[in-house]
Design a protein around this ligand. Structure first.
Ligand SMILES: [Zn+2]
Length: 481
C-alpha cells in the first residue's frame, strides 16, 4: 500500500497543508449545519454536499471519520419565524428538520455520525459560559452574558477582521452581523417578554434565557468531538462572525488549539451574486427535482471545486444531467455485457490496454482528489476511464477483465456519491416506509383512534412486520421469511 498525502487548504493559515489527523486513523470533523427555519435552497445544499464529498474521500483513503453536523433549532431566526407562523418553536423546527433530512437523503448525502440539536445541549452551553465568566473572558450585562473580545489576543486571525479599524463602542446582541461591527458578542441572551410568554427559555445562573448562536457549535463540538478537532467546515459566510467567535470561546476556555484545519465552502451564485433567501434569487431542491435527477445536481456541484464560486443556471443543470446520463450509460453497457454470451475468454492487447488505461486514470483521479478535493480535474479522469470502457465494449468482452475495470470505475463514482450501489438500498427504503407508517399510527393512537391504530398494526403483522408498543414509543421488526 502506498501513502496518499492529502493536502487541504486551511483558512486560518491561508495555505494548502498536508493533512494529518491528531489521532489517525480517526478524523474528527464538524460541519455547521442548517438553521431550521426555511426550506434549504440549493446554495445551502452545496455546502453540505461538499462536506459529504470530503468525508467520503477521507473514508476512501482509510480514515475513520467521526462526522458531526448540528441542527440549529434555537437562534434569532427560528424564534422570530416560528412566532410569525403561530407555531411552537419545537413544532416549527421539527418540521424544517424533517425537510432538511429528507433533502440530504435524496441527494445521497450521508447522515452524519451525529446531528445534535442545539436545544438538547443547553446544559453544556451553560457550563461553558459559566467557566468563561469565572475566568474573566465573559461578563454579565443587562440583557445577557457577553464575550469580551479584548481578552482574546488572537481575535480576527481566522477571518482577517482588523479590530483597529472597527468602531468599538457597543456590544452586539444579534446572532448575525458584519465584519465592520466586530464587538463583544452574546453568549447568553436573557429572555424577552415574548420569549417568556412563549415558554422559549432555559433556567441559568443569569436568569431565564437562551444561548447565543456561536456558543452552540463550540459546546456541541467539544462535547461530541473533544477540545481539539481535525476539521471544522462551513459556508464562507460563517468565517465571520460565527467561526471567529467559536475560536475565541473555545481557545479561551481550553487554552488549546480548537481546530487544526478550517475549511470554507464558497457560495452558489446567480448572475454573479450570492444565492440567498433575502435576495429572492434562490432555487429550492424540489424545483430542481421537477426537471432533473439528484445525481445531476450532485454532478453540477462537483463540476467546480468546493473552494471556488459556482454559478447556477438552468442550462448548466441541463449539461450536468446529460453528462451524468453518459456516465450512467457506461454502467448500463457493463451490465448488459456481463449478461451477454461468453464470447471472449482470452487476454490480448485490447484487454491489456483497457486495464492499464483504467488504472492510470484511477491513479490520476486519486491524485486530484488528494489535492484539496479538486473534483473538476478528477472528473476528467473519470470520463477518460468511462471512455476506455465504452471503447472496449464495442467488441466481445472478456468478463473477468471487464469486471475488474468496472469495479474501478464504480469505486470512483461512489466516492463522488454518484450511482452508489444500493446493496442495502431496498432495506433502507423499506425501513423509511415502515417508519412512516408507524409514525402515522402513533398519531392515530394519540388521537385515540384505537381501532384504526389496531388495524394498521394487524395489517403490518400480515405483511411480516411486528410492532411492539413501549414507553418510549413503538419498536418494530421484520420477520425473516
Ligand atoms: Zn456553527
Amino acid at each position: 500500500m502506498r501513502e496518499h498525502p492529502i493536502r487541504i487548504y486551511d483558512t486560518m493559515t491561508r495555505r494548502k497543508r498536508q493533512f494529518k489527523p491528531l489521532n489517525p486513523p480517526e478524523v474528527t470533523m464538524y460541519v455547521c449545519g442548517p438553521t431550521v427555519y426555511e426550506e434549504p435552497h440549493i446554495g445551502n445544499l452545496r455546502t453540505f454536499a461538499s462536506g459529504d464529498l470530503i468525508r467520503r474521500w477521507l473514508t476512501h483513503r482509510g480514515y475513520r471519520v467521526k462526522y458531526v453536523m448540528n441542527i440549529t433549532d434555537i437562534e434569532d431566526k427560528t424564534i422570530r419565524d416560528s412566532g410569525k407562523a403561530g407555531k411552537t418553536l419545537k413544532e416549527f423546527t421539527d418540521y424544517y428538520t424533517g425537510i432538511f433530512l429528507r433533502g440530504i437523503d435524496t441527494l445521497n448525502i450521508r447522515r452524519a455520525t451525529a446531528h445534535p440539536k442545539a436545544t438538547i445541549y443547553v446544559p453544556q452551553m451553560i457550563e461553558f459560559i459559566s467557566e468563561l465568566v469565572e475566568r474573566g473572558f465573559a461578563y454579565e450585562a443587562e440583557d445577557g452574558v457577553y464575550f469580551d473580545i479584548d481578552k482574546f489576543p488572537g481575535y480576527g486571525r481566522l477571518s482577517g477582521v482588523d479590530l483597529s479599524k472597527t468602531e468599538r463602542t457597543e456590544r452586539v446582541a444579534s446572532d448575525s452581523y458584519d465584519k465592520e461591527d466586530a464587538q463583544d458578542f452574546a453568549l447568553w441572551k436573557k429572555a424577552t417578554a415574548e420569549e417568556l410568554e412563549r415558554g422559549i427559555y432555559f433556567e441559568s445562573p443569569w436568569g431565564r434565557g437562551r444561548p447565543g448562536w456561536h456558543i452552540e457549535c463550540s459546546a456541541m463540538s467539544r462535547e461530541l468531538l473533544g477540545e481539539t478537532i481535525d476539521i471544522h467546515a462551513g459556508g464562507e459566510d460563517l468565517a465571520f462572525p460565527h467561526h471567529e467567535n467559536e475560536v475565541a470561546q473555545s481557545e479561551s476556555l481550553t487554552g488549546k488549539q480548537f481546530v487544526r484545519f478550517w475549511l470554507h465552502m464558497r457560495f452558489l451564485r446567480v448572475g454573479g451574486s450570492r444565492m440567498g433567501k433575502s435576495l429572492g434569487n434562490y432555487v429550492i431542491f424540489d424545483q430542481i427535482l421537477e426537471k432533473h435527477s439528484p445525481e445531476a445536481l450532485r454532478y453540477f456541484y462537483i463540476s467546480t471545486q468546493y473552494r471556488r464560486p459556482l454559478d447556477f443556471t438552468w442550462p448548466a443543470m441541463e449539461t450536468a444531467e446529460n453528462t451524468v446520463r453518459r456516465l450512467e450509460n457506461t454502467l448500463d453497457m457493463i451490465e448488459n455485457a456481463m449478461r451477454g454470451p461468453d464470447a471472449n475468454l482470452d487476454y490480448g492487447d485490447l484487454e491489456d490496454r483497457l486495464l492499464k488505461k483504467v488504472r492510470t486514470e484511477e491513479e490520476a483521479f486519486g491524485a486530484a482528489m488528494d489535492d484539496d478535493f479538486d473534483t473538476p480535474v478528477a472528473l476528467g479522469h473519470l470520463h477518460a476511464a468511462a471512455g476506455a470502457v465504452n471503447e472496449y465494449l464495442t467488441g466481445p468482452a472478456n468478463k473477468g477483465v471487464l469486471l475488474e475495470a468496472a469495479d474501478t470505475y464504480r469505486t470512483m463514482l461512489n466516492t463522488l456519491g454518484l450511482f452508489e450501489e444500493k446493496k442495502e438500498g431496498s432495506d433502507e427504503d423499506t425501513e423509511r416506509l415502515i417508519g412512516l407508517i408507524i409514525d402515522l399510527r402513533e398519531e392515530q393512537r394519540k388521537a385515540k383512534n384505537y381501532a384504526f391504530a389496531d388495524m394498521i398494526r394487524d395489517r403490518l403483522q400480515e405483511a411480516g412486520v411486528t410492532i411492539q408498543d413501549t414507553a418510549g414509543g413503538a419498536t418494530w421488526k421484520i420477520a425473516k421469511s
